[in-house]
Design a protein around this ligand. Structure first.
Ligand SMILES: C[S@@+](CC[C@H](N)C(=O)[O-])C[C@H]1O[C@@H](n2cnc3c(N)ncnc32)[C@H](O)[C@@H]1O
Length: 219
């Protein structure tokens, strides 16, 4: 294997799967030159993603099922399953007499990626810090997220967004992302709040590829 060529080419020409894509906060700073497939269930949100990232393939589908059927087609998989059923807001809902189970698809995906998916696929599953002890120990906590991965991520601090989480409105520009001028039925504040800090998204992608570089160099 020509190691030098591999090093020069990183992180280009990677096939990346962006599951539960939202409007692509985590993806915003990913470099061009990679082949990115985004899966988002909500067509309205998927259309905005496509508008932001016209070169990505955007698929309106159930990301959980898509992972099972297509994981082998990718070098890197990012999954951001919905966090509502795991977050602290469930205590608040409890106070209002609203009860729900945590959605176990989060752990299904972690277990699947860790034990069944091919070892050469780099993967990351992202979620919030849950209101309970995580059933599977996360690899790292960065910012307000927990991450489960099969590569090393070194601790790093990220600037806090100017607008605090609970102050976000439909008009907020957060991380350079805003939905002003876009007509839609879905709550804009929720969509913006869902966005992962793009700096964090890029940092994690780089961690995955840097480790790959090291692995290739050592061979
Ligand atoms: C936490 S947000 C993703 C945020 C995204 N990673 C970012 O940084 O902008 C989760 C997204 O998953 C979508 N979603 C929920 N269930 C889904 C499913 N079964 N398949 C695909 N997308 C789904 C929601 O509409 C929402 O946009």
């Amino acid at each position: 294997m020509d190691v030098r060529r591999w090093r020069c080419n990183q992180p280009k020409n990677m096939k990346i799967l962006n599951l539960y894509a939202g409007i692509g906060g985590n993806r915003k700073l990913w470099p061009e030159g990679n082949q990115i497939t985004a899966v988002e269930l909500n067509p309205e949100i998927a259309a905005i993603y496509k508008d932001f990232f016209p070169n990505d393939e955007v698929i309106v589908a159930d990301a959980h099922q898509y992972l099972l059927e297509h994981f082998r087609e990718f070098d890197f998989i990012w999954s951001s399953p919905p966090c509502q059923s795991h977050s602290g807001c469930n205590y608040f809902l409890k106070g209002q007499g609203i009860f729900r189970y945590p959605d176990m698809s989060l752990y299904q995906e972690i277990i699947f990626l860790k034990y069944i998916a091919d070892k050469n696929i780099k993967w990351i599953v992202e979620n919030v810090k849950p209101y309970y002890e995580p059933l599977i120990k996360p690899t790292i906590k960065l910012d307000r997220h927990l991450f489960w991965t099969n590569f090393v991520i070194i601790e790093k601090e990220f600037d806090k967004p100017e607008v605090r989480h609970n102050k976000v409105t439909g008009k907020t520009d957060r991380f350079g992302i805003n939905l002003q001028g876009i007509k839609m039925k879905h709550r804009k504040d929720q969509i913006i709040r869902n966005c992962v800090n793009p700096e964090l998204g890029l940092y994690i992608l780089n961690c995955a590829f840097n480790e790959l570089k090291q692995m290739l160099v050592e061979k």
